[in-house]
Design a protein around this ligand. Structure first.
Ligand code: SIN
Length: 189
């Protein structure tokens, strides 16, 4: 079943009354920033781990042959690195459409990093989270099976493989070690 979260997200106005807000990207939002932003800064969130456990029926796959894209799962003690963007609230409308296949806006604490990789302040931020109870959540599978699905899937935004390779490249550029992502990249062949 497909879920369109666009209307739900329009009611999740955690940053009402704010002229700007921080959006934290951990998947395609790291390497595909096709929206206006005022500034960006590497950042991390804690207690969450990045996993290719969410189906993509609309970008990197089709309803008949879904791809797999990143979401976050709760993982005490884990650190998930990504990119934070300071945006104006009007940017959220198009992002809600982009992230409509199961992702909901959530508010989380962010920690920013400076050029040397040291903590450089904190702020509340917004993430798009595809939680375990959304209809497109696929969950865990053997890495080889996930890699096979990613190798085969293709959607309106392009090959699923490209999503994973771009994410691995972007994380490397940020100096981030993410065992799940790099192991999957290796499996892609
Ligand atoms: C994100 O990148 O933060 C959300 C998931 C995605 O769009 O890939």
């Amino acid at each position: 079943m497909l879920l369109d979260t666009t209307a739900l997200n329009q009611q999740r106005n955690f940053f009402d009354e704010h002229d700007d807000l921080w959006l934290f990207g951990y998947g395609s939002l790291i390497w595909k920033a096709d929206f206006d932003y005022l500034e960006r800064q590497p950042a991390y969130i804690t207690g969450w781990a990045r996993r290719f456990w969410q189906a993509s029926h609309d970008h990197r796959g089709t309803p008949e042959a879904p791809g797999r894209v990143a979401t976050l799962i709760r993982s005490p003690g884990a650190v998930c690195h990504g990119m934070a963007y300071r945006i104006t609230p009007d940017v959220l409308g198009p992002l809600d459409v982009r992230e409509k296949n199961g992702y909901l806006r959530e508010k989380v604490p962010l920690t920013f990093l400076d050029h040397s990789g040291n903590d450089a302040g904190r702020s509340e931020g917004l993430i798009y989270l595809a939680s375990e109870d959304n209809p497109a959540f696929l969950g865990e599978a053997p890495l080889a099976d996930i890699a096979r699905q990613i190798n085969q899937a293709h959607g309106p935004s392009g090959p699923n493989r490209e999503y994973l390779l771009n994410l691995a490249h972007a994380l490397r550029e940020l100096g981030v070690d993410d065992a799940h992502i790099f192991a999957l990249e290796k499996q892609l062949g």
